[in-house]
Unconditional design. Sequence first.
Lengths: 417, 476, 121
Amino acid sequence: MLNYDIVVVGGGPAGMAAAIRARECGIDSILILERAECLGGILEQCIHTGFGLQYFGEELSGPEYADRFICRVNEMGIEYKTDTMVLDVTEDKKVYAINKTDGLLEIQAKSVILAMGCRERPRGALNIAGTRASGIMSAGTAQKYVNIDGYMPGKKIVILGSGDIGLIMARRMTLEGAKVECVCELMPYSSGLTRNIVQCLDDFGIPLKLSHTVIDIQGKDRVTGVTIAKVDENLKPIPGTEENIECDTLMLSVGLIPENELTKNAGISLDRVTSGAVVDEYRETDHKGIFACGNVLHVHDLVDFVTQESQIAGEGAANYVKGLKNEAKYITTKGVGAVRYIVPQKVNILNEGDVKLFFRVGSTFKNATVKVSYNGSELISRKRPRLAPGEMENVVIKNDMLKGFSEGGVIEITVEG
Amino acid sequence: MNYDVAIIGAGVIGAFAARELSRYNIRTALIERCNDMAMGTSKANSAIVHAGFDAIPGTLKARFNVEGTALMPKVCKELSVPFKPIGSLVVAFSDEEMKTLEKLLERGNKNGVPGLEIYGREKLREVEPNISEEAVGALFAPTAGIVCPYELTIAATENAVVNGAEFIRNFEVAGIDYSGDTFTLRSADKEIKAKIVVNAAGVYADKIAAMAGDNSINIIPRKGEYVLCDKTSGSLAKHVVFQCPTPMGKGVLVTPTVDGNLLLGPTAKDIEDKENTVTTAQSLAEVLEKTKKSFPTINTRDIITSFAGLRAHEDSDDFIIGKSAANPKFINAAGIESPGLSAAPAIGAYIAGLVRDELGADAKPDFTPVREEPVRFRNMTNEQRKALIEKNPAYGRIICRCETVTEGEILDAIKAPAGARDVDGVKRRTRAGMGRCQGGFCGSKVVELLAKELGVEVNEITKFGGNSRILYERTK
Amino acid sequence: MTRNITCVTCPMGCGITVEINENGEVTSVSGNTCKRGETYAKNEVTNPQRSLATTVRVNDGVYNVVPCKSSAPLPKDKIFDCMKVINSIQAQAPVKLGDVLAENICSTGVNIVATNHCPAK
């Protein structure tokens, strides 16, 4: 049995930022466990630029953004094991993991930070009719084939889903000589960034078909085509709008799901909307000393926010190990109406600092007002020129406000306009 | 190449025929048109071992079902294939359907099905707590169970190969000649000669029979579509839960699978095209609607995939098993629809008996009925895992996270007798890619391992043989 | 001539209309809600530029390719010319993040630099 103060599950941007922050807070005994061959997580295959504008004030590619943290992890001498898969995290913070060199690892941690990231929603979840031919893959899988393995996964492509990964892959495949026939989006709006719609689709004349979906896939061995159709306001295909498109590949970019199997097995409570753990402002779950951050907690739009959130979790874990955090009086947060969720779901009012509440809306707004209330009375009202489901929003609850709250209170966020 | 017997079709019937034949000093070839075994009906069905009360007494279906089901526990043990005798329930939603249950009970008794019992409302709810409030009773059959049909087929094939049978992939029989005492089976570019041919060609059994001059068979592919739910739903049903049968089949069922998923389906639709395993939106909606009648709390959010399979329905509505009237050296195992999986061990043994008698062959003294159990890392204790990785570090690397499949298991699957040659073959043998991410993460790693083991470039690896390549050329 | 542009400087995504005279000079910008939008729109019609990120072939590396990017934005209409040049480069492992893989690509004054490490096999 090995012993560490903090074990970080996952060596992507979240895990690295959390570990670095915990070290900065004075914790020496930290171990990062990463399932891939190297640190960096999904950033390693996100070779496009656009990362780091918020955090570093520069436009970096995914590997470059990751490398800054990898260098820091190395400089600080933080221990990590790659090619190592965590099989189980127990309630009493034992971590079981395996790799080829150590075999089965049993680690007793004082604190655990869960930073496993997320996975893509597969085809089956959509129940698209048709054949089971080769050539149907998630955009992230295709991204790995092109950017890391250096192979073309397709040449004539239809992309379903206009999330950022789908848009980025439309451009990426086009640059490599593939023909992207169109990007279909079920919703009447894209969940991708405007910049990506302009620079990944418009620049290359790739049509974005809003309110469209793929209803059939053809091809016995390899995909030979798909049928797309327009959908009505209930998202049901409208008969007569079917269109057949010849292609050899269908790429799916239809959503991300936090990878919370370990969290579930540890008996940690999950939020039904985020599919991540229920946490407080330090991203501590309802199991004392177990923290969660990054996309395993809720799917983020920008990695910069993942970094910031993970630093908070790293600090929380360090405080926990040092025995600094003792008392807690919680209020809860609640998204109302168009506000789908808020992270954190609860806030300790004894906290010494300000608390940032992150939330996402379920539909697009222009010139909206974000209203924050405490036990029904309005606290904050902020104008927002634009709100979109693809973008994470936040409001800050100042510490003096927190001081005025009492245990069991409820903060609600709504959007009007 | 010359064989004593050539079996056409490596589905569950062909595999069991090969396995049973390998008990004797008989040179056996198991011929498959695809890149792997279990590529037709045997990979996409309800995965049920039926008790045997459905078939009309006196039919081959009734006989082989009851015999096969009785053999199943022993056979599965020998082949190291999980078989769970969880029992089945046929649920009635009206007094009229309760009368149908009485008829099924009577028929089952005539067929020699042991332990049948009719449950009332309370008893049903006690044993199947999530069943619909509308259910009024059920017929319970304790001998029914669940088994993974392709795992069974793969295991039987491996066992046959270990005992000397040859597994020949990618040989699509295009013509059959018979000259005096030898059949010549021709594919586009190869020939195989055999003294006896066993026709286990599934939905193509009629075409194959016709090539040998037997025009008595007519197979109509009857499509069934299924929905598979994540393991989080697996415990919703405790038994194989049927609704009352219709003329088209046994109706929709809800059942846990041996791997702990929940399986819903099938639809039943007669079609023309023997290759049409396309799923349709209407049918999938139909499956959900109908199965919700049995279990209203089925959660569509837990669906991870859907698939379709073709049942080989013969006009006579019964199995056709035995020597062809056109040529006694040509043995049919045709029209094998449900309960074909249940019947397979018995059909295999029966056919092997016919061939043995025809050839006057002796038993092989060194026949081993046991197929060694493959490593199943996910089912092991941590102690076992520790020992395993110490022995072979390849078991210390997880390739498929969702199903906890190690590199070692994937290498085993490729190196096995009649091992995997493509991504789907690895998936069926190890479950890599069968979990909730459906291969999103592990697919590319499986491709890499296959390429390395088979000594080819990664872009030569296919999903399931033929032109189902996954990658094109290098980007640069 | 009139050009309609979607501004990408912030998530607002304003629709901006730019009028250009026959000399290619911008005569008016409308629809923007901030100054940055105006600057973006003017650049977008007179000298549109894009960052390019792709991969370069690596010989004897642990990976077949290494990711790279343009050290500064490139003229939009030269992107595919640059891709052609980049596709012809063969880097020798080991490649280090920041290594210049191509200098002054297509005479743009912009370099192509590696954005990750690729150790030798």
